[in-house]
Design a protein around this ligand. Structure first.
Ligand code: TXA
Ligand code: MG
Length: 313
């Protein structure tokens, strides 16, 4: 346990948290649902640190936490259902998945390359104050290592993540102890993507019946399975040592091509560049060859994502 990082939330430590976020650091902070592992959502390197700290073998898109519904509207496009839900439940434990806005600042990695974005305006006073002093979108998954329970106290975060975070703000135990409800407002019918702290009945009282994809309650990864994964248009060939003449090469380390995920073989940097570089190459080429990426640490998630993209699912 590393108590040194754990500080009671007050004016000074909240300011410190905002400064750390601006510098690309990781902060554990309370929300009304569970504690979040927060980073600047516009800074792909900072977001890569979240995935590294959680030890997750895949990149899931993250929720961008915003100080207000007004701020959220500059990141996402709200249809009438999304607007009605934002009016009724924000600030609060509801996350809306909407099409990403033109000029949105949240980085590709935080969205896992998708054209949609998950937005939430938390009600917890500490989260609110951090978001206001920081002044931008904050990516924050639950602050647990992959496969562990979501943390509902600052001590859980300290025990689970310890030195991997730069600061943990203690705001007491979380009220809900259950993650936010997630509703997708992408097509004609709003869709329940994850059950959570706002009961479905309350949501349906606002906007009528939600579409419910078959969610198996015994399968905790169900929300992830509902995701349409980012798929490039170009054909992708992986673990390529030397590209063919008709391929553009996405390099890594000493293997350099049209672009290089990380000339210094830094996996955090490679994760930060992955989606943006794939997108750029996809716009200019029909065939992309990717250099081998080691499978250790964040390399597992990078390879997982590349393999899905290569399958063109
Ligand atoms: O209560 C909460 O929501 C907490 C607190 C910290 O805010 N956060 C949280 O984040 O539970 P996380 O990363 O553990 O869960 C986010 C969920 C994932 O299941 C992810 O797949 C889904 O949101 N998600 C994010 N963006 C999405 C998108 N564009 N489309 C569909 N699902 C998305
Ligand atoms: Mg989680």
């Amino acid at each position: 346990m590393t108590d040194a990082l754990l500080r009671e939330a007050n004016d000074a430590t909240i300011q410190e948290a905002a400064t750390l976020l601006k510098a690309g650091g990781l902060v554990g902070l309370p929300t009304e649902t569970v504690y979040g592992l927060a980073a600047d959502a516009t800074n792909a390197k900072a977001v890569a640190k979240i995935f590294d700290a959680k030890g997750r073998p895949a990149f899931n898109p993250l929720i961008a936490h915003m100080a207000s519904a007004g701020a959220a509207r500059s990141e996402g496009v709200f249809n009438p259902s999304a607007q009605a839900l934002a009016d009724a439940f924000w600030p609060g434990p509801l996350t809306l998945v909407v099409p990403v806005a033109k000029g949105a600042q949240v980085c590709d990695l935080a969205r896992a390359g998708l054209d949609s974005i998950a937005l939430r305006v938390p009600a917890h006073p500490v989260a609110q104050r951090v978001l206001k002093s920081f002044g931008g979108p904050v990516a924050a998954p639950s602050a647990n290592p992959s496969g562990r329970l979501s943390p509902t106290s600052a001590t859980h975060v300290a025990n689970d993540l310890g030195r991997k975070v730069d600061l943990i703000l203690d705001g007491g135990p979380c009220d809900a102890g259950l993650e936010s409800t997630i509703v997708g407002c992408l097509g004609d019918r709003p869709t329940l993507l994850r059950e959570g702290a706002v009961p479905i009945e309350r949501i349906e009282a606002e906007i009528g019946a939600l579409a419910r994809p078959d969610i198996d309650p015994d399968t905790p990864s169900a929300p992830g399975q509902l995701l349409r994964h980012y798929a490039p248009r170009a054909a992708l060939r992986l673990n390529v040592h030397s590209p063919r003449p008709d391929e553009v090469y996405l390099g890594f380390g000493a293997r350099t091509g049209a672009m290089n995920l990380s000339p210094t073989s830094d996996l955090q940097e490679a994760a930060a560049n992955l989606f943006a570089m794939l997108r750029l190459l996809d716009e200019t080429a029909d065939r992309i060859a990717v250099a081998p990426i080691p499978r250790k640490g964040l390399g597992a998630a990078i390879n997982d994502r590349l393999e899905r993209a290569a399958k063109r699912d």
